[in-house]
Ligand binder design. Sequence first.
Ligand SMILES: *Cc1c(COP(=O)(O)O)cnc(C)c1O
Length: 370
Amino acid sequence: MSCDYTALAAPGVQGLQPYQPGKPIEELARELGLDPAGIVKLASNENPLGPSGKALAAMQAALPELCRYPDGNGFALKQKLAERFALGVDQITLGNGSNDVLELIARGFADRDSEIIYSQHAFAVYPLVTQAIGAHHVQVPAKNWGHDLPAMAAAVTERTRIIFIANPNNPTGTVVGQGALTGFLEQIPERVVVVLDEAYCEYMHGDDAADGIPLLARFPNLIVSRTFSKAWGLAGLRVGYGIANAQITNVLNRVRQPFNVDSLAQAAAVAVLDDADYLAEACRVNSAGLQQLNQGLEALGLEVIPSAANFVAVDVGRDAGPVYEGLLRRGVIVRPVAAYGMPRHLRISVGLEAENRQCLSALAAVLAEL
Ligand SMILES: *Cc1c(COP(=O)(O)O)cnc(C)c1O
């Protein structure tokens, strides 16, 4: 090989660090010779309930049509979402997971001359999609682990095209209140697209709940992204969506692959939206689990960042690497977040009651032995 293909990669891609997913159960089982059934994975903010029965039945029913291409327009799913949120079908972009939508936004609205703003400790996909298109990233220091909206507004320049805000944020679980968000949007020029990533919004209830949808009518530069991967329990299918005005939606659909959401994913997503009981149970189990983890971690003398999502970031009081490794040896997979600038924290996803318990007792044992 006489060519250095790494050096030939597009400029942004040369410095790109691939996304580090949570360790799969099967991989840990292979590495340590453990029984996969005994391993607890609380590393990827997945829904511990398993998928909805309604989603499974819809996929079963869709199987005979697998020889055909999916509906590239996602008619049934968009229709369903439009009804649910009282929006137009022309305001919805379907994605292969909401990560796909985030990438469509970067490709649709930014290039190498653009600046993209996001917060320190924010979701790792924002730097990834920014670098992949060679745009300039502007990372604004966090405040109390969360988004510092005034500082983010102050970072806008002539070259700013996109601002990403995760609400709640992953991996910190922090929330931006509706009032602060509205005040922020009022300050941002309309030519700058603001992305509200609401991957965990279904877990939130009451007055403090994050909800960008009512703001869409007032702020034409707003895009709200949501997903079926978390509370709706369909992470393996890869389906998410963006909501925005019809012009923005048209731009996103120009850069979208025509068949980016497969037919089983579309069928399952349509069906699960009718499964209100599933969502309610997911929220109930999550609230209880969040409380269990918070109490258990505090009982170990550890500091937890208050979370509104289905995970907690906990300061383990030392370099988290060895704690993560110790947990792996005990069959518990959590997520180290050093790559997010949080070397002393671990992110623990909320599991079922017994999984949370297993994680807490493994953590107590690991901390005692270190
Ligand atoms: C999990 C997550 C997503 C969703 O990713 P999908 O591609 O829809 O699975 C998006 N944003 C944040 C902040 C997340 O944590």
